[in-house]
Design a protein around this ligand. Structure first.
Ligand code: C2E
Ligand code: MG
Ligand code: MG
Ligand code: MG
Length: 270
């Protein structure tokens, strides 16, 4: 697998190699160093409201590797989740996002939180400490929890989310519909935002049932009431259809790609 190729032996980030313990430990060491050396950065993707104005941003972590260039989160988050690294990484992400708030026009910012973080007994406490440290209003922060992992797996996770929510942090269910127990989630705990998984958005045009599911989720959301954000919008047709379905937030390459700070104009917002 990881062939020795001289001094700059480049090891490909091949997901097939995730099972390789030595490879995993290698990436983990590099990532630990990257955290210390500030090789990680956040890109921000806008979420637009029905009025086409930007209403918030989602922080998405990237690893700017000296040799391999930009590495997407799918290639290192799973490895970070195997150890305490995800906790350190998550704390770095939150701290940085809080620090960037002013530059984001004071609009709320969403951070993705791993289920591994949520299961830490002191997660809510450390989270609150970072908000306090950075002088951040909890109402400016949205926590995105992916729906693909069962929450009932731990009461600790629920307690952490409830504690954050009491502070005023909003909770979003990410990738809604991609898991096995989406409807369980709806009745399982208190949250503020549903983010419809982008597979539904991608299939809406070709699959009648996907369109119907999106409309039904929007209807349930209105009744709860919670906000519904659609992610992964790439075409005008998808955007139009989602508006008709009653979505309240819109995110996707069509409307704005994830960008580092200081590169404005990535949204079509009027
Ligand atoms: P996610 O939270 O569901 O984020 C949405 C992903 O879809 C992002 O990929 C984003 O760049 C991508 N995306 C946005 N619009 C479009 C579109 O129109 N078309 C397509 N095809 N893709 C679009 P990214 O940045 O590679 O992140 C992947 C996942 O990694 C995220 O999914 C999230 O679960 C995780 N992640 C990202 N940043 C963090 C982080 O700071 N902490 C943790 N724990 N997870 C993170
Ligand atoms: Mg997300
Ligand atoms: Mg996610
Ligand atoms: Mg998502």
């Amino acid at each position: 697998k990881a062939k020795k190729g001289g001094r700059h032996a480049v090891v490909a980030f091949d997901p097939d190699m995730l099972g390789d313990e030595r490879h995993r430990r290698f990436i983990e060491r590099e990532l630990r160093a990257a955290l210390l050396m500030e090789e990680l950065e956040l890109h921000y993707q806008p979420v637009l409201g029905t009025d086409m104005a930007i209403r918030s941003h989602e922080a998405l972590v990237r690893w700017r590797h000296q040799v391999r260039g930009m590495i997407p989160p799918a290639q290192f988050i799973p490895i970070a989740e195997e150890s305490d690294l995800i906790v350190k990484l998550g704390e770095w992400v939150l701290r940085r996002a809080c620090g960037d708030l002013a530059e984001l026009g004071g609009l709320p910012v969403a951070v993705n939180v791993s289920p591994v973080q949520l299961r830490q007994a002191d997660f809510a406490r450390s989270f609150a400490a970072i908000l306090q440290d950075t002088g951040t209003d909890p109402r400016a922060i949205i926590v995105e929890v992916t729906e693909t992992v069962p929450l009932d797996a731990g009461e600790i996770a629920m307690a952490n989310l409830a504690a954050l929510r009491r502070l005023g942090v909003r909770i979003a269910i990410d990738d809604f519909g991609a898991g096995h127990a989406s409807l369980q989630y709806l009745r399982g705990f208190a949250f503020d935002i549903i983010k419809i998984d982008r597979s539904y958005v991608a299939n809406m045009g070709s699959s009648r049932i996907d369109g119907m599911i999106v409309s039904a989720v929007c209807e349930i959301a209105r009744a709860l009431p919670v906000e519904v954000v659609a992610e992964g919008i790439e075409t005008q047709e998808q955007f139009n259809q989602l508006r008709l379905a009653g979505c309240s937030g819109f995110q996707g390459y069509l409307l704005g790609r994830p960008q580092p700070l200081g590169k404005p104009g990535n949204a079509v917002a009027a």
